[in-house]
Design a protein around this ligand. Structure first.
Ligand SMILES: *Cc1c(COP(=O)(O)O)cnc(C)c1O
Length: 455
């Protein structure tokens, strides 16, 4: 902290100048998170920026808007209607918080049942695919639940429902399926999982439920694939999370978790705040947070309606196809995403003899494009992919432009002296070994898959 105060104009200038060196969010094709909203919504958000969401007494209208969002999203996910089966839900900071809450509810429910049966309840586990987002690993570690992962294989990058059900045992608190794998956008087969698990439950007398991590797919599937059964239409699906800040079309800072019914959310996890004579149940990890994102979510839901969301998602899907076909025309790539999933294109180089995906990603930065390259998890670590997420603000023109720039980069890389790459490689390997010899980055290497792969 500096000793003295500086003029506000100077503080603004210093920070604004430094921030110019950040990437341009609109060209950040790595992220699922919304980077554009309408100016009217920006205005609503700015005028709510000083409202603490948790002050429900003071801001009852904001709380009401949150409840309406929960209601609309529960309907979108086909929550059953009826006296005993009213869905409940809550707004969160994102899908990660939503998943912590859903996971806690499953863990507590399982523990209560085991206690009542007089059985041990100290070794809970959760079954997922190895393609899960890191927040599931966080949940497992923070809340002491063993994560049992179904490994992937070359050409199949989502959880295999048969293998998942094989891993289920009496200590399994739930199976988590992903609607829209972050790695290649593919939807997991929740229906098949549901059917196999019903069978296993009836054979064993267990009642292992399903959670669907629909962080990105929750706002895709209802509009593009209304017939696809992945949600509360399936009896074992007890809770679903979705990121409002991904295809919910709101800036970073909002997620949602919905439970099929009150029974699926153990009462002892809920804190009851009394406001305006009615009880406001709350179940979140955080206390204070902004209100703007909740208001923005409500804006998007009523402004766009079902029709508007459908148009946006169809548009994203069409632009993803333009990009995919452009990449296929180069003849240089294998596409590892599916046409009917999240609107994204994941692709690998066919020929790795001259350059790899990391070099391509690195060189695209020169044109302003941020396209990540990463290796797949176990057992497909030898596969590297590049991924472009197609968001609302990624137009057809930009898709065409990106293909041109990728071709330009490939031609440039082709023109390099043939040993250019092997020299770069051996330099990387030398660096790795030097770092290992120093011993100070051994831990980092564990998580740095890229460096790891080179080493
Ligand atoms: C993005 C994502 C998450 C984490 O969501 P946040 O909203 O960023 O916290 C979890 N699961 C999947 C499948 C995701 O795509």
């Amino acid at each position: 902290m500096p000793e003295n105060t500086i003029p506000k104009e100077a503080a603004y200038q210093i920070i604004n100048d430094e921030l110019m060196l950040d990437g341009n969010p609109r060209l950040n094709l790595a992220s699922f998170v919304t980077t554009w909203m309408e100016p009217e919504c920006d205005k609503l958000m700015m005028s709510a920026i000083n409202k603490n969401y948790v002050d429900m007494d003071e801001y009852p209208v904001t709380t009401e808007l949150q409840n309406r969002c929960v209601n609309m999203i529960a309907h979108l996910f086909n929550a059953p209607l009826g006296e005993s089966e009213a869905a409940v839900g809550v707004g969160t900071v994102g899908s990660s918080e939503a998943i912590m809450l859903a996971g806690l509810a499953f863990k507590r429910r399982w523990q209560n049942k085991r206690k009542a049966e007089g059985k041990p309840y100290d070794k809970p586990n959760i079954v997922t695919g190895a393609n899960v987002q890191v927040c599931w690993e966080k949940f497992a570690r923070y809340f002491e639940v063993e994560l049992k992962e179904v490994n992937l294989r070359e050409g199949y990058y989502v959880m295999d429902p048969e293998k998942a059900v094989e891993l289920v045992d009496e200590n399994t608190i739930c199976v988590a399926a992903i609607l829209g794998s972050t790695l290649n956008g593919e939807f997991e087969d929740v229906k098949l999982l549901n059917d196999l698990l019903i069978k296993k439950n009836s054979e064993t007398g267990w009642d292992v439920p399903i959670h669907v991590d629909a962080a990105s797919g929750g706002f895709i599937a209802p509009f593009l694939y209304p017939e696809l059964e992945w949600d509360f239409r399936l009896p074992l699906v007890k809770s679903i999370n979705v990121s409002g800040h991904k295809y919910g079309l709101v800036y970073a800072g909002i997620g949602w978790v919905i439970w099929r019914s009150k029974e699926d959310l153990p009462e002892e996890l809920i804190f009851h705040i009394n406001y305006l004579g009615t009880e406001q149940p709350t179940f979140t990890l955080n206390f204070s947070k902004g209100s703007s994102q909740v208001i923005a979510q409500y804006y998007q839901l009523i402004r766009l309606g079902f029709e508007g969301y459908k148009n946006v998602m169809e548009n994203c899907q069409e632009n993803a196809m333009v990009l995919k076909e452009g990449l296929e025309r180069t003849g240089r790539f294998t596409i590892v995403s599916k046409d009917n999933g999240i609107p994204l294109v994941a692709f690998s180089l066919k020929d790795h003899s001259r350059h790899d995906e990391f070099e391509l990603s690195h060189h695209l930065r020169r044109f302003g494009w941020i396209v990540p390259a990463y290796t797949m998890p176990a057992d497909a670590q030898h596969i590297t992919v590049l991924r472009v997420v197609v968001r609302e603000d990624f137009s057809r023109g930009l898709a065409e432009r990106l293909v041109l720039d990728i071709e330009k980069v490939l031609n440039e890389l082709d023109a390099l002296p043939p040993n250019g790459k092997s020299m770069k490689r051996s330099a990387d390997v030398a660096n790795c070994h030097a770092a290992l010899a120093n011993g100070h980055v051994a831990k980092k290497l564990e998580t740095d898959k890229k460096t790891n792969a080179i080493c």
